[in-house]
Design a protein around this ligand. Structure first.
Ligand code: 1GP
Length: 245
């Protein structure tokens, strides 16, 4: 399970699929995801993620050329060989464990063996209070769009994080809020994830954010999930894959 020689460039990602190692996906469905034209596959989940189910999913995704990133929320599941390691820092929780605590503990153990060139911090704001991510991290949803915008400033201007991730996991978000938050960003890329269930929602989210993340729909309705990939990427004739490796 080698890492791709070329580091994927997150600044050109428009669409990514997020696969949960704790959920079953058969080989045929996985092949469709990996050949869909999506810019990358992110492996990650909020519960039931283990070293073994993460390593298993990586080895299966590795049959294809699509870049594969691990969104790491538990150091025990730090499997080597991913192209990138996305590290969520939850900006809207009072629980320091999810901001620096768990990260410091993980670095104490693995800091010396990390390929820092492939580590990408994500400034995360979790807006769906019923999501597993919110419950696990104790995230407190922003009260209004200006609250969210200030978190964007925190990620982009203060912490200089390359990704500001608006996470509505499991529910469709407020695109007016997303659009407003984007105005705070100078360098960070705005990721939006949550409740994308139709191609129309994918387009609306892409209009507000830089990169959209589609998760649950893969498991609920695969043909619809395929239809969320931007048209120019879906067609192998028009797709530019030169950056894949
Ligand atoms: C979850 O942002 C992703 O981490 C995508 O959300 O599963 O609701 O598509 P959905």
């Amino acid at each position: 399970m080698g890492t791709n020689a070329v580091k994927p460039d997150i600044t050109i990602w428009k669409h990514v699929f997020k696969l949960d190692p704790d959920k079953f996906i058969d080989d045929e469905a996985l092949e469709r995801v990996c050949l869909s034209g999506t810019d990358a596959v992110i492996v990650g989940g909020s519960s039931g993620v283990t070293y073994d189910n993460t390593a298993d999913l990586l080895s299966r995704v590795r049959r294809y050329e699509v870049p594969c990133a691990l969104e790491l929320s538990d150091a025990d599941a730090a499997v080597p060989g991913f192209d990138l390691y996305l590290i969520p820092v939850v900006l809207n929780t009072p629980d320091g464990d999810w901001i620096t605590g768990l990260h410091q503990k993980a670095l104490k153990e693995y800091g010396n063996v990390l390929d820092w060139d492939r580590v990408v911090p994500e400034g995360y704001v979790i807006l769906n209070p019923r999501s597993m991510a919110a419950r696990v991290s104790g995230a407190q949803a922003p009260a209004d769009a200006r609250d969210l915008l200030a978190y964007g400033m925190l990620a982009d201007r203060l912490f200089r994080m390359p990704i500001f991730y608006i996470e509505y996991s499991g529910s469709w978000g407020d695109m007016a809020w997303v659009r407003e938050a984007k105005t705070a960003l100078q360098n960070a890329r705005l990721f939006y994830g949550g409740g994308i269930r139709t191609p129309e929602q994918a387009l609306a989210a892409l209009d507000a954010a830089d990169t959209i993340v589609v998760g649950n729909l893969i498991y609920e309705n695969l043909p619809l999930a395929m239809a969320t990939v931007p048209e120019e990427r879906r067609n192998p004739e028009t797709r530019d894959n030169t950056w894949y490796r």
